[in-house]
Write a protein that binds this ligand. Structure first.
Ligand SMILES: Cc1cc2nc3c(=O)[nH]c(=O)nc-3n(C[C@H](O)[C@H](O)[C@H](O)COP(=O)(O)OP(=O)(O)OC[C@H]3O[C@@H](n4cnc5c(N)ncnc54)[C@H](O)[C@@H]3O)c2cc1C
Ligand code: FES
Length: 359
């Protein structure tokens, strides 16, 4: 995956605990991206190499400028560093845009969109919303949850868009803590979501596409609510920023492959990795993740989150068996088709062959 050097051109405060970072791609290395995709910042914090992904909130026409929004996470290393240390003029190495949670806004028959986000989950949705409004003729309904009125990210920009596109854009704010006029109180829940959607009769709900980004509990609630209202699963798209593992579900998402403990213990497994036409052979110790071993061996494999969320380490399993741990990036169908994630993947069979070129 190509690395690009970006210069911080502007830092705009957003809400109470976030910043928008506007980068300038001086060498114009990023040609385009799909709204909804993210870039991965390659940071050095106190001598430690750290990778963190951030969804792009600008639109392709803004290039060579590109913006992301970083919200502080409690106790978070990179989000605090970026919010407090970064200055205009700083240069950052990033991995070029990536991600399947994306919108083909050039599709002439783009359906109506329902975008449901909470907190920093607004970022990929904002890019989709802006692209869609300027390129298509569809309607867009944004349902956005924040803690309080002051925490709403991109508030001014959203207000301006609503004024500019009064018949095509509707925005409904949900505030979980402090009530405010013209906003719904409480978290986004199925009943209030459906109530909001049905209040716009022109919105073609039976053919709309739904993009959801925010905490897992909110996404699960919205997804099951939509399905209970006969929304086809193929029209529901979701993006996670973090892996949330409930205490009692650690392995209950049923990895398609057997768990390591279910098989005879082996000391090492031969893993062949096909990358850009070359085959690399590794010995991976039992119980170790493939990505971790490959990076230790000096292989430059694509990755970002290392916890099964971003999907950047996705590859295709050509031969052999592996255990895929808790993850959010692949659907059950994709795993059944043979796709895997090397960051949470451990080999089970003596020989395993995985192909990044077929990811
Ligand atoms: C595809 C993708 C897109 C992303 N886009 C954005 C974005 O547009 N804006 C944005 O602000 N962040 C985004 N993130 C999250 C971002 O990459 C970092 O995870 C986040 O900034 C926290 O990093 P940190 O180093 O501060 O926290 P860490 O030091 O890594 O973590 C500290 C603690 O916070 C928890 N944690 C980490 N991230 C989150 C989170 N997002 N919510 C709640 N708890 C968390 C961790 O589990 C850990 O317990 C995205 C992540 C992914 C995978
Ligand atoms: S590196 Fe993010 S899913 Fe594997």
């Amino acid at each position: 995956m190509n690395k690009v050097s970006l210069t911080v051109e502007r830092i705009n405060p957003q809400g109470t605990d976030a910043i928008e970072l506007v980068f300038l791609d001086k060498k114009k290395q990023i040609r385009t991206f799909w709204p909804g995709q993210f870039i991965t910042l390659l940071l050095n914090i106190d001598g430690k190499s750290v990778r963190r992904s951030y969804s792009i909130c600008s639109v392709p026409e803004d290039l060579p400028r590109l913006a992301v929004c970083v919200k502080k996470v409690e106790g978070g290393l990179a989000s605090h560093y970026l919010n407090s240390q970064l200055q205009t003029g700083d240069r950052l190495e990033v991995l070029e845009p990536y991600g399947n949670f994306s919108l083909n806004y050039t599709n002439p028959t783009l359906t109506d969109l329902v975008l449901v986000g909470a907190g920093s989950g607004i970022t990929p949705l904002l890019s989709m919303l802006k692209s869609s409004l300027s390129h298509a003729q569809n309607r867009v309904f944004l349902i956005y949850g924040s803690r309080s009125y002051a925490d709403i990210l991109f508030h001014d920009e959203l207000n301006k868009l609503q004024t500019k596109f009064p018949t095509r854009l509707r925005i409904e704010h949900f505030l979980s803590r402090n009530p405010h006029e013209n906003c719904r109180s409480g978290r986004i829940a199925t009943e209030s979501l459906m109530h909001a959607l049905l209040s716009w009769p022109e919105l073609k709900l039976d053919e709309a596409n739904y993009y959801i980004c925010g905490p897992k509990s909110m996404m699960d609630e919205v997804e099951s609510g939509l399905k209970s209202h006969q929304t086809d699963a193929s029209r529901i798209h979701r993006e996670s920023f973090v892996l949330t593992v409930a205490d009692n579900t650690t392995e209950s998402k049923a990895p398609i492959t057997p768990r390591p403990s279910d098989t005879a213990v082996r000391s090492a497994h031969t893993v062949q990795i096909i990358l850009e036409g070359h085959t690399h052979t590794l010995e991976v110790a039992s119980g170790r993740h493939i990505l971790e071993t490959a990076l230790d061996a000096g292989l430059d494999l694509p990755y970002a989150c290392t916890m099964g969320v971003c999907g950047m380490c996705r590859a295709f399993k050509v031969q052999g068996e592996m255990h895929i741990g808790e993850q959010e990036a692949l659907s059950r169908a994709e795993i059944e088709q043979g796709y895997c994630l090397t960051c949470v993947g451990k080999p089970l069979s003596d020989k395993l062959v995985i192909d990044y070129d077929r990811s």
